[in-house]
Write a protein that binds this ligand. Structure first.
Ligand SMILES: *Cc1c(COP(=O)(O)O)cnc(C)c1O
Length: 427
């Protein structure tokens, strides 16, 4: 049997398979460049692990208070080295990306301060954190004000708008690297650097914070190297490498991290407590795998773009654009199209492949959301997954894939489901 027979047995038509082979053959140079980036970042991670003398003992966890947890303390140094920060907090007690960002903000803002977003409205789950919707315990309840500068229609920074929202009370300026659930572009580290310099030219003592979710290891530099003060992300996305079962990180200026540690545990206890339980082996091994896992996910995103652009769908970013994260938005135009796409991704999953995803009212999101994820770690979006809010333009946000062959299979299955649903004709 050859490859096309395997796909056929899996339910992929010959036309769908052949479309995939053509798309893949046109991506060879791009794939080579992604592999080179993974190589560079792999060395970065190993070098940090060598420098900090990661030992077998680091892989064992602690219980109770977790005093003197060498594995945890060493891992935090490894993260700080790789992301070029003064210090880092990397914990299983940080439950997810939203929690990491919320922790970074609450711990570094005080009543009377203003928090400013200069990349338009932040990721949906931060609405409640900021208090855009009234929510018990929000920043608004603690007397932290919020202002935002929207992006220009071409999704570039609006310098005049940014100047007008920064004043004496501005303490933190947030830049979200990845597009999240918006149909804008994601920012490169270079663009983040340019915006950081501009913000600091207006108010030098402002802290620039980057929501780094999905951006890790896509480029050879990370936002702190471009001048940002601190940043946060989720361990069930890129840096967890698919193995971390939970967790978040904050990396950056020493005082920002100390504030975060004091809020995560308690003033006086700070970073000294927090047992790592059994998470350390997965955290280390996942971080070690993260550069190549991120590369696999990126190749999958590119493959999807090449195919769907060829079929006339609007994709963000476009196939020939430089990528800044692993998310691919494909605008499927109809609710049926969005649902068929997600059903295909689900059907190609190693876990829960027989389940049909349904749109639901997810906490923290204002529209119904459909999610496809047949993952080993629940909700891990570094694993092949697709989701999207049921609203115009019915964009599927597609991301992840621990291996490129799985990402490719998932995308072909998504295409097959669109064909079966009558949304696309290949004949
Ligand atoms: C995923 C994501 C978050 C939130 O992370 P969760 O782990 O889902 O809470 C925040 N910002 C961006 C840009 C994200 O992609």
């Amino acid at each position: 049997m050859n490859l096309s027979d395997f796909y056929k047995e899996a339910g992929i038509d010959k036309e769908v398979f052949e479309l995939g082979e053509r798309a893949e053959s046109e991506l060879k140079d791009r794939f080579d460049a992604i592999d080179k980036m993974a190589e560079l970042n792999q060395i970065k991670v190993i070098e940090a692990m060598r420098k900090e003398r990661v030992s077998y003992d680091c892989l064992n966890g602690t219980t109770g208070y977790g005093y003197g947890d060498v594995g945890r303390d060493t891992l935090e140094k490894v993260y700080a080295d790789v992301f070029r920060g003064e210090d880092a907090l990397v914990r299983p007690q940080i439950t997810c990306g939203t929690h990491a960002i919320s922790l970074a903000l609450f711990s570094n803002l005080r009543p009377g301060d203003t928090f400013v977003s200069i990349a338009g409205k932040p990721y949906d789950t931060l609405d409640d954190v900021i208090g855009l919707n009234p929510c018990p315990g929000s920043l608004a309840e603690y007397g932290v004000k919020y202002r935002q500068a929207d992006l220009k229609p071409d999704s570039s920074f609006d310098w005049d708008a940014i100047r007008s929202v920064i004043d004496d009370t501005t303490k933190i300026v947030e830049i979200q690297r990845s597009k999240g659930y918006a149909t804008r572009k994601s920012f490169s580290v270079e663009e983040i650097g340019e915006a950081t310099r501009f913000v600091k030219s207006i108010k030098p003592d402002v802290l620039v914070f980057v929501d780094n979710c999905y951006g890790e290891f896509v480029e050879d530099k990370e936002p702190l190297e471009a001048g940002a003060d601190f940043m946060a992300g989720s361990l069930i996305k890129n840096p967890g490498g698919g193995l971390a079962p939970i967790g978040g990180y904050i990396v950056g200026k020493k005082e920002c991290i100390e504030n975060a540690a004091n809020r995560l545990t308690s003033p006086g206890l700070g970073r000294e407590v927090g047992a790592s339980l059994n998470a350390m082996r997965d955290f280390y091994q996942g971080f070690f795998l993260a550069p190549t896992v991120t590369a696999a996910a990126e190749k999958g995103a590119l493959f999807a773009t090449k195919i769907f652009e060829g079929l006339g769908y609007n994709c963000i970013p476009k196939a020939d654009e430089k990528r800044a994260d692993i998310i691919q938005a494909v605008e499927l135009k109809t609710p049926e199209g969005l649902c068929a796409f997600c059903e295909g991704i689900q059907a190609a999953s190693p876990v829960d492949s027989y389940v049909k995803p349904e749109p639901w009212d997810m906490p923290g999101y204002s529209d119904k959301v459909i999610m496809a994820a047949g993952t080993f770690v629940s909700g891990a979006s570094i694993e092949l997954s697709a989701d999207g809010p049921l609203r115009e333009p019915y964009a599927a946000y597609f991301q992840g894939g621990l291996t490129y062959p799985h990402a490719k299979f998932g995308i072909l299955m998504a295409l097959q489901h669109l064909v079966n649903a009558g949304e696309i004709s290949l004949k």
